[in-house]
Design a protein around this ligand. Structure first.
Ligand code: SF4
Length: 686
């Protein structure tokens, strides 16, 4: 459609489709993005995946974009076009009315993990300063809140310890746990594959035959929900073989004697039985990991999305602490965060217990600091987690909700329960680009702008803050999300000036020690910076916990294996896991608007084992009914051996059979993350 020499400009920016944070140029012709060209970013080294190459701009120019404010007419049930003044006046007056009648904690807001840091910062400021509550959260609650909580407890910082670049520096072994990066973080997956081709050994711990498992030296195809037993088994063997690093343990950790006592019981034979794996393979994996010099643990949602997700995360850091593989290159405990800026949304304080930079709401000194900086009295009580907001709405404790760019009707477990909660609200507002499944329940929809129409920064999974740059300006009445938040703050009696994105980052730096040295100006000159970056001349921190853990000593968390909340029984005899596929990004609100991606992968399916399928007369490609205690859906069977007998797997991207009608909203006790990876279902012929 265009000739390369005819383009108007190429704008360097950050891919919005996963937290790898690949750098690329948006190629613009006549105010339209016409192509993408890879750039040599720190995490992508000139690589891009199919989502980055083809899914990054169709949605920006989609005719489905919401172009002006909408207010629902409750008599007809239809949305009607409104002016900005009408919409903003209504939003502010309704939220103020709820606050007056029921108190501040009857309001809540969710920030958007796809939007820049500056947007997330302003959203949490709106909730804290104008709503007067700490009921603010983001979708990390349903993906990696267990990493944020777990690694903060054991190491002191809830973030990836080492850079992605370490994978390219010839580690001896990579231990990949509950992570399928070739689908969810494809450029990380490519770099792992290249490392293996150069001779790095690979241990894959995953219930499915993911493609990287075919390249692995050892694949532990464990039963979903048994990560803690697996890690305790690894530690049992390491101690039995005398491979633990006693110098590191004595100098830099606490809690060793307790964990040693616990893992004594987790013999390879016992663990093999719990995890459905081979005891000898477990032994080989433990020895391979312990003896390696450089060996990162890389993990993802297969570890976190359990009712014991935080303990699963802490079990990952337990293994690394035992062999001293923290605080040095090529090692560490490395959660691959999901959404492009989910790390940043947490860093910016879109969390119910944390101000920006994980400064605790419950600490009176921190509270006083933010009251001074923001010039207002703040609520001293930590807020309610997003996954607890829905039950609170059903009970009538939360009456008003503001969701910025999230789509919980698609992404959250037990869809009936989420819809019931949204319908229970007195007033519900959304900032959105599209009429998503969740937006349909809103009273007011405020049209914001996409990553290609604004300035800002994303923090990728390795804590690297990188620039997002405006490439196009579209026709319509859409507005910068930060301006929308500012207008609502002003209307709710908390006067704020309209700031540019660069000015907002300066404010973030002034209140957030780990961002103190970060500014747009510096990022434009130097490229990305990994926090902590504590002063203007601080170079950033590629590797955390060098010499000392953020919390002082690394803590061995005494984790015992506890089975998943809902196990198969006679009525629902099969485990269902959920996950993502290569071609789509979460709710597919963005990638679903790229025709090529929808042609390749546009429909839902369920993977089942051939033994189970034959037993009930199902063939590959048959339509099946899948039911759980919470709902039922129809989808298409993919029959094979990718999953083990008694187990199934589904993506959650597709409206024709979204797995979340079935999933269980059982929550982890620390992070309140739901158990997406294990629920009990029944599969029948449709
Ligand atoms: Fe974008 Fe992630 Fe693909 Fe990189 S790996 S191009 S960040 S979707």
């Amino acid at each position: 459609e265009y000739r390369p020499y005819q383009v108007d400009k190429k704008v360097l920016t950050t891919c919005p489709h996963c937290a790898t944070g690949c750098q690329y140029y948006l190629v613009v012709k006549d105010n339209k993005i016409v192509d993408v060209e890879a750039a040599n970013g720190a995490s992508n080294k000139g690589l891009l995946c199919v989502k980055g190459r083809s899914g990054c701009f169709d949605f920006v120019h989609s005719p489905d974009r919401i172009k002006y404010p909408l207010i629902k007419n409750h008599e007809t049930g239809e949305f009607e076009r409104a002016t900005w003044d009408e919409a903003l006046d209504l939003v502010a007056s309704k939220f103020l009315e709820i606050k007056r009648k029921y108190g501040s904690d009857a309001l809540a807001g969710f920030a958007c993990s796809r939007s820049p840091n500056e947007d997330c910062y302003m959203m949490q400021k709106l909730v804290r300063c104008a709503f007067g509550t700490n009921n603010v959260d983001n979708c990390a609650r349903v993906c990696h809140s267990a990493s944020v909580a777990g690694l903060a407890m054991t190491l002191g910082s809830g973030a990836m310890t080492n850079p992605i670049e370490d994978i390219t520096k010839n580690p001896d072994v990579i231990m990949l746990v509950g992570s399928n990066p070739e689908e969810a973080h494809p450029v990380v997956g490519m770099q792992i594959r290249q490392a293996v081709q150069r001779g790095c050994k690979l241990i894959v711990v995953d219930p499915r035959d993911i493609d990287l498992a075919k390249k692995a030296d050892i694949h532990l195809k464990l039963r979903p929900g048994t990560n803690v037993a697996f890690a305790n088994g690894i530690m049992h063997i390491i101690i039995e073989e005398g491979l633990q690093d006693m110098d590191f343990i004595n100098e830099r950790t606490e809690g060793y004697e307790k964990i040693k006592e616990i893992v004594k019981d987790y013999t390879p034979e016992k663990v093999a039985k719990i995890c459905h794996i081979d005891a000898e393979d477990l032994r080989k994996a433990a020895i391979m990991y312990a003896k390696a010099d450089m060996a990162p643990i890389i993990y993802c949602l297969g570890v976190t999305e359990h009712s014991t997700g935080t303990e699963g995360v802490m079990s990952m850091s337990n293994m690394a602490l035992l062999v001293g593989k923290l605080g040095r290159p090529g090692c560490g405990v490395n959660p691959l965060r999901g959404q492009n800026n989910v790390q940043g949304a947490c860093d910016m304080g879109a969390l119910p217990g944390d101000f920006p930079g994980y400064q605790k709401v419950s600490n009176p000194e921190v509270l006083a600091k933010f009251e001074k900086a923001w010039g207002t009295k703040l609520n001293p009580n930590p807020g309610t987690h997003a996954t607890d907001i829905f039950p609170a709405a059903i009970r009538g404790d939360v009456k008003g909700l503001y969701i910025f760019g999230e789509d919980p009707v698609v992404t959250d477990p037990d869809t009936h329960h989420v819809i019931k909660a949204l319908e229970s609200l007195d007033f519900f507002v959304m900032n959105e680009l599209f009429m998503t499944e969740t937006a349909q329940y809103a009273d007011v929809i405020l049209p914001g702008v996409s990553y290609a129409e604004k300035e800002g920064t994303f923090s990728n999974t390795e804590r690297r803050v990188q620039r997002v740059r405006k490439a196009v300006e579209l026709e319509g009445e859409m507005r910068l999300d930060t301006d929308i938040f500012t207008d609502i703050m002003n209307r709710m009696g908390y006067p704020q000036p309209h700031l540019t994105s660069a000015e907002i980052m300066d404010e973030i730096a002034s209140v957030t020690p780990s961002f103190a040295g970060i500014s747009h100006e510096r990022l434009d000159k130097e490229g990305g910076i990994q926090w902590p970056c504590t002063s203007k001349d601080h170079p950033g921190t590629p590797i955390m916990h060098v010499g000392k853990f953020t919390r002082g000593l690394g803590w061995f968390y005494p984790a015992e294996y506890v089975p998943s909340a809902e196990l198969p029984d006679d009525e629902y005899p099969t485990i269902l896991m959920t996950g993502r596929i290569l071609y789509h990004y979460t709710t597919r609100a963005m990638t679903g608007r790229t025709p090529g991606l929808m042609q390749i992968a546009g429909k839902s399916f369920i993977e089942m084992n051939i033994e189970d399928a034959e037993a009930i007369g199902i063939k590959d490609g048959d339509r099946v009914k899948v039911s759980s205690r919470r709902g039922e859906i129809e989808t298409t069977a993919r029959v094979g051996t990718k999953v083990s007998p008694g187990e199934t797997w589904m993506p959650f991207h597709f409206p024709d059979g979204n797995a979340n009608w079935l999933t269980n909203a059982a929550l982890d006790k620390y992070a309140r993350i739901p158990e997406y990876k294990v629920c009990a279902v029944k599969v029948e012929k449709a």
